[in-house]
Ligand binder design. Structure first.
Ligand code: ACO
Length: 428
């Protein structure tokens, strides 16, 4: 027998089911609350207590610091899997056989050409344009070049849309970097794996060979795995919400890119490195900046600290911290910002303000330092995040359509002026 919750209002009592998810997460099913209560709604700004859907893709326990894709712990996937396999896992729900994996990678790489006309849109941007704005525009523009409608009931259609975008997205992402750098555009090399190809798309110069350092490729692969999905975060919820109006995949993902851009979400990796540089230039007094973050009269927040869901530790941050150490060590890079980051983390973790509010370093705290070691400009960091998050967005969009979810349409409580009569201009 499932649990029940009671809602008592004006002397009448209503009972609601309290079912459980796979990992025993309890919830009250309020889907008929408004009709049952005669018009009362629940108010939850920022959705801090509200589940927007059921999902079989990713499990996250913020109290225990657990993250699993399709049931597989992130630590195991980061250690043993690779990004292409994780893309397959998120999309299909199961780990592939070698044959399935090879076919999948070939299918993705078959879609790695982007219409030359897209380069005309790119060339209209100034080189100072933020790469996330450019990426969002180019992703949306793909709709015009791939106009075939997708039948949500057709597995084949959904698969085709997914591999099309997985093939083209790294090309677009790399072009935003080449725009910033003023380099000629580059095209895919389908003799390479997905991650190696993404790397050469970004960095290959027409006049010289590109060395692929396995340390860099492995770290990049790991970072992409760690970012691949994170259940109903701001950008993923955006992708699902936009898609719930039966908007196409490419336009929905373009909206997700815009949501990810914000400094409170994916844009935090850029903000972290800018903050560390600022602390460095200011003389490296870490305590001064911790105090600033605690000061309620100061808008400054420690970027890369805190998370809406993780209130113990972010398991991705642990893996990334280790990777950052390894990468900088193996590449022989002395990054003063890494030392400042470590001191900042230490100071904050020992501070009552951060302890009592359960504020821990999140995934973005260390990822930017690795990207910088790769030679990626700061404003490109969130684009790297977007390339990692793409399979998650796609899997969530497909799940939402296949579950036939209704259009997302929250309600509100109106707090404006009560009804009043229009006043003619000459009487105001
Ligand atoms: N520095 C200082 N204080 C903070 C920080 C921070 N980074 N984060 C939260 N707090 C404080 C708030 O001021 C608040 O204090 P109060 O209770 O005295 O008012 C308390 O902690 C709770 O903070 P909220 O903003 O209510 O927490 P919420 O869950 O809404 O926000 C968020 C989470 C947006 C991530 C927030 O912690 C933040 O702004 N962090 C910095 C930006 C960042 O790193 N974002 C990346 C998140 S991970 C990702 O999206 C990939």
């Amino acid at each position: 027998m499932s649990d029940k919750a009671k809602f008592i209002h004006n002397g009448s009592e209503l009972e609601f089911d309290v079912p459980q998810g796979t990992m025993n997460e309890k919830y009250v099913d309020f889907s008929n609350f408004r009709s049952q209560t005669g018009g009362i709604i629940t108010l939850d700004p920022g959705y801090k207590n509200t589940g927007s859907c059921t999902s079989a893709i990713t499990y996250l326990d913020g109290e225990e610091g657990v993250l699993m894709y399709r049931g597989y712990p992130i630590e195991q996937l980061a250690e043993k899997s690779n990004f292409v396999e994780v893309m397959y896992l998120l999309l299909k729900g199961e780990l592939p056989t070698q044959e399935e994996l090879t076919k999948f990678e070939n299918d993705v790489m078959d879609h790695d050409m982007v219409s030359e006309d897209v380069t005309k849109i790119l060339s209209a941007f100034p080189s100072t344009a933020h790469p996330m704005g450019v990426l969002s525009t180019l992703t949306s523009a793909l709709t015009a070049f791939n106009p075939k409608a997708v039948d949500a009931k057709s597995e084949t259609d959904m698969y085709r849309a997914a591999v099309t975008l997985m093939g083209k997205f790294p090309v677009l992402a790399s072009w935003t970097l080449r725009k910033v750098k003023g380099w000629p555009l580059n095209y895919s090399d389908n003799k390479l794996g997905y991650v190696e190809n993404f790397y050469q798309l970004m960095f290959k110069q027409p006049n010289r060979d590109l060395e692929m350092d396995p340390v860099i490729i492995n770290a990049l692969d790991k970072l992409l795995i760690l970012h691949a999905d994170h259940e109903q975060n701001c950008s993923t919820s955006t992708v699902r919400l936009v898609g719930s109006a039966h908007t196409g995949l490419f336009a929905s993902i373009s909206a997700g890119v815009s949501a990810l851009w914000g400094p409170l979400h994916g844009g935090a990796n850029q903000a972290v490195v800018e903050m560390l540089d600022q602390i460095k230039e200011d003389g490296g007094n870490v305590q001064k900046w911790v105090d600033k973050a605690k000061d309620k009269n100061d808008d400054f927040r420690l970027m890369g600290f805190g998370h809406r869901v993780y209130k113990n530790f972010d398991p991705r941050a642990r893996i990334i911290k280790k990777a950052a150490d390894q990468v900088l060590d193996k590449l022989g890079i002395q990054d003063e910002s890494l030392e400042i980051a470590k001191k900042l983390e230490q100071a904050a973790l020992e501070d009552e303000y951060f302890i009592s509010r359960k504020l821990y370093p999140n995934v973005d705290f260390y990822s930017g330092l690795i990207y910088r070691a790769f030679g990626i400009p700061t404003e490109m960091f969130t684009v790297m995040f977007a390339v990692g998050r793409l399979p998650g967005w796609i899997a969530q969009w497909i799940e939402m359509r296949q579950n036939n979810e209704p259009i997302g349409r929250p309600r509100q409580i109106y707090t404006g002026a009560p009804k009043r009569d229009y006043i003619d201009m000459n009487k105001r």
